[in-house]
Design a protein around this ligand. Structure first.
Ligand code: DQA
Length: 147
């Protein structure tokens, strides 16, 4: 099985960007750990980051015939992007939405996620652990056999 992890805008700066909110772990480290966990749990993990809404939509469209599940942190597009929502709606695979910070205890404009009702589940406020928990959950949901 194959899982795609999508990181939205400014997440390339993780580790340097507002570390008191987003932590000190860089994106490369998160992606490497996801791949390692995937190896352990017998799934292939693909990773993708873009600062561009259209590029994220393109990657989701490509994923249609490629992947068995998606982990997505759309970052600021969480709160604005009907296009990313619609792209995800066209997929038939489970989707886990991840936010490093607890969006519900931040500014009111971050409380609303346009993906919340499209996702199978959401993990918020647990920092980088949220990504690893999301992968574990997807592996269980997919019921993967070693491939
Ligand atoms: C975020 C929360 C968003 O509101 C913000 O725009 C981000 C990161 C998070 O992971 O906590 O860039 O998605």
């Amino acid at each position: 099985a194959t899982i795609l992890t999508i990181h939205g805008p400014n997440l390339n700066l993780l580790g340097q960007r507002e570390p008191e909110i987003y932590g000190r772990t860089g994106l490369a480290e998160i992606d490497a750990k996801l791949r390692n966990l995937g190896h352990r749990w017998a799934v292939e993990v693909l990773t993708f980051q873009s600062n561009h809404e259209g590029a994220i939509v393109d990657r989701i469209q490509e994923a249609a015939d490629q992947v068995d599940g998606i982990i997505i942190n759309p970052a600021a597009y969480t709160h604005t992007s009907i296009a990313i929502r619609d792209a995800l709606l066209a997929l038939k695979v489970p989707i886990i939405e991840v936010h490093l910070s607890n969006i519900h205890r931040r500014e009111p404009f971050r409380h609303k996620s346009l993906l919340a009702d499209v996702a199978t589940g959401q993990i918020v406020g647990l920092g980088v652990n949220g990504y690893y928990l999301a992968l574990r959950a997807l592996v269980d949901i997919i019921g993967t056999a070693p491939s």
